[in-house]
Design a protein around this ligand. Structure first.
Ligand code: NAI
Length: 332
């Protein structure tokens, strides 16, 4: 029986984690869980966002299902997510956004997988005051990090029967940094003659994703554009409650919903667990439990058409409990 580490975060984190673990058990995933509370409440009670035992668990299981946390107010906090990504070199942030016939949106044909470089770019957090009116922020793009994310995007396209990889950049302005990313893309694409490849400037992509999102397939980009464009993609498919993600490195893997801790609806029992559930499906696939993931995905697809049980954020009349129960009932 495989063991995974689970971080229950803040806000709606515990509610959606409970729902997802219940569904995993009902689907026969047969996983053992080492569950830890992390985040703001843990910090207030015990002085650390992540208890040491939670790090130890992740270093042992190497697989983490993480729910969102509330970023503590005040200066001096490095984002917990950035900390985890850097500490475990989780360099590939993969965010699939796919339209679902059941969820009302003007964009029924979206099927985009964003590959976001997760460790550098402006997210290295190097900022300095030059004088009292000026701050410099450092953007870092390296050959090593760009090569591995771009290669992973092409490998994913090949192994998942995808047709096109699009590189997103601002090499017209950032000629050296994004220029390096684009150069590496243009070199690597030659190793994949079976996959079409093109590149687009980031601002143009924003417009084209809204005008005609069906033209995009796999997209690869530096950290900042990946953060923004994947949120844009989630809007196309019906909102943040539906966007899962994986954060993969060579040795560790972390799976989490893209949305935050939604403090405005915490404790009301109406949080949508789909994004975390689909993240858990990506985790099962990573663990080669494809059949179990497929059963859950089929059940979710069926339940999403039932407006009596789905949650209000996707125009339902139900709540977390009715939605979870309906998925479990469809698992058979
Ligand atoms: P948010 O994603 O938590 O919420 C934005 C809006 O979407 C809210 O109206 C919320 O109710 C709704 N929403 C989000 N997820 C939902 C779900 N599963 N079901 C139903 N409705 C959902 O973003 P916000 O409000 O900007 O951030 C809240 C806190 O979360 C902040 O402290 C932020 O730093 C943190 N955060 C944490 C992340 C993480 O741990 N991965 C990611 C993003 C934000």
């Amino acid at each position: 029986m495989a063991t995974i580490t689970v971080f229950k975060g803040d806000g709606i984190g515990p509610e959606i984690t409970d729902a997802v673990l219940e569904i995993l058990d009902a689907a026969g995933a047969g996983l053992k869980y080492e569950i830890f509370r992390v985040g703001n409440q843990e910090y207030l009670d015990n002085g650390a966002l992540i208890p040491d035992a939670a790090f130890v668990s992740f270093e042992k299981t190497r697989i983490l299902l993480k729910s969102p946390i509330t970023t503590p107010i005040g200066k001096g906090f490095r984002s917990l997510n950035v900390t985890l990504r850097n500490r475990y070199d989780l360099y590939a942030n993969i965010r699939p956004a796919k339209s679902n016939a059941a969820v009302r949106t003007p964009f029924p044909n979206v099927d985009i997988v964003v590959f976001r470089e997760n460790t550098e770019d402006l997210y290295v957090g190097k900022e300095e005051w030059i004088n009292e009116n000026t701050v410099y922020a450092t953007k870092i793009i390296t050959r090593r990090a760009s090569t591995r994310i771009i290669r992973d995007a092409f490998e994913y396209a090949r192994s998942h029967g995808r047709k096109l990889v699009t590189c997103v950049h601002k090499a017209n302005i950032l000629k050296m940094s994004d220029g390096l990313f684009l150069d590496i893309f243009n070199t690597i694409k030659q190793e994949y003659p079976d996959i079409a490849a093109n590149d687009r400037i980031a601002d143009n992509v924003c417009m084209q994703m809204v005008m005609n999102p069906a033209q995009f397939d796999v997209m690869v980009m530096p950290n900042l554009y990946g953060d923004m464009l994947s949120d844009l993609a989630s809007g196309l498919i019906g909102g943040l409650g539906l966007l899962p993600s994986s954060n993969l490195g060579r040795d560790y893997a972390m799976f989490e919903a893209v949305h935050g801790s939604a403090p405005d609806i915490a404790g009301k029992g109406i949080a949508n667990p789909t994004a975390l559930l689909w993240s858990a499906c990506m985790m099962l696939e990573y663990m080669h439990m494809d059949d179990c993931a497929a059963r859950i995905r089929r059940a979710v697809d069926q339940v999403l058409t039932d407006t009596d049980v789905i949650t209000p954020d996707i125009h339902g009349k139900g709540n977390t409990r009715t939605y979870t129960d309906a998925i479990i009932a469809r698992l058979g």
